[in-house]
Design a protein around this ligand. Structure first.
Ligand SMILES: C[S@@+](CC[C@H](N)C(=O)[O-])C[C@H]1O[C@@H](n2cnc3c(N)ncnc32)[C@H](O)[C@@H]1O
Length: 270
């Protein structure tokens, strides 16, 4: 019955979705309401209230961007680089926590996954959308991080300047004219501010990249998700800031990440 309803509504993975909805519903009435919402086109994650991301479940409230599988590649790349470089006269590498900033954090999925993947992290996440900030607080506070509301770097404490080991951003990067071509679920149920990256899709990313260097610690990294097509322009933008750019890609996840490295201090071991 549930499967048929979902199949008729066009859900390709109707059996899997039915199983998840049945296990999430507390009562038959609850299940009926969930199936109605899904059949009406709400993303499955908004109906369930969570998405699976890098293994664990991340809370995703209605109206908040649903974390995508491809972004797990950004997490993997960031986790591999999040080894804090020792600071001259500072704590040893083994004792210091990595300082991680997750800009445009949405539900906070990326930051929360990094905390789960790494031993010792001082996590700061930020988003301009109050609904995203509320949702991220649930996910990130559980992981011991802080979430701020505001435009890109604006809400971050000045004390973080020059101290960030890994700065990640999955900012909106869909060109404005392509937003209308996105699947219905995204167009109707995710906020425009989470999708629309301006005329060439790079408006927000350019601002993230241009302002990144002063926040990075020596030996720190900026990592941004982009598309394969946008990667050359993203690399050029990173190079213009003085960071050393490179591209990492995953065919399996159809994911592209541009990484900018701030050179370590000369003479330092990092
Ligand atoms: C593509 S979603 C990614 C969310 C999350 N990082 C993830 O991967 O699931 C982009 C996010 O950027 C936020 N955003 C857009 N413009 C912003 C700005 N100027 N400052 C801060 N956040 C912004 C949106 O609210 C949205 O949550």
């Amino acid at each position: 019955m549930v499967i048929t309803r979902l199949r008729v509504a066009g859900c390709v993975f109707a059996e899997d979705e039915a199983r998840l909805l049945i296990s999430a519903a507390r009562t038959p009435a609850d299940l009926a309401a969930m199936v109605d919402r899904r059949a009406a086109g709400l993303p499955l994650e908004h109906v369930l209230g969570w998405a699976e991301f890098c293994g664990p479940r991340i809370a995703v409230d209605p109206g908040v961007f649903v974390p995508r599988r491809r972004t797990e590649f950004l997490v993997r790349q960031a986790a591999a680089l999040a080894r804090p470089a020792p600071r001259p006269g500072g704590q040893s590498l083994a004792r210091r926590r990595a300082v991680v900033v997750d800009l445009c954090c949405g539900s906070g999925a990326v930051g929360a996954a990094l905390v789960a993947a790494l031993d010792r992290v001082d996590l700061h996440a930020a988003d301009i959308d109050p609904a995203a900030v509320r949702c991220a607080r649930r996910n990130v506070a559980a992981a011991g991080g802080q979430v701020y509301e505001g435009d890109l770097y604006e809400p971050l404490a000045a004390a973080l300047r020059g101290r960030v080991d890994v700065l990640v951003a999955n900012a909106p990067y869909v060109p404005t004219e392509a937003v209308g071509l996105l699947p219905r679920e995204a167009r109707l149920h995710e906020p425009r501010v989470a999708l629309d990256g301006g005329a060439d899709g790079l408006d927000v990313l350019r601002r993230v990249i241009a302002a990144a260097p002063p926040w990075l610690a020596p030996g720190g990294y900026l990592l941004v998700e982009t598309s394969e097509r946008q990667a050359p322009q993203t690399v050029e933008t990173v190079a213009r800031t003085g960071l050393i750019p490179r591209v990492a890609g995953s065919d399996e996840l159809d994911a592209t990440v541009v990484i900018g490295a701030r050179p370590a201090l000369q003479g330092g071991p990092g």
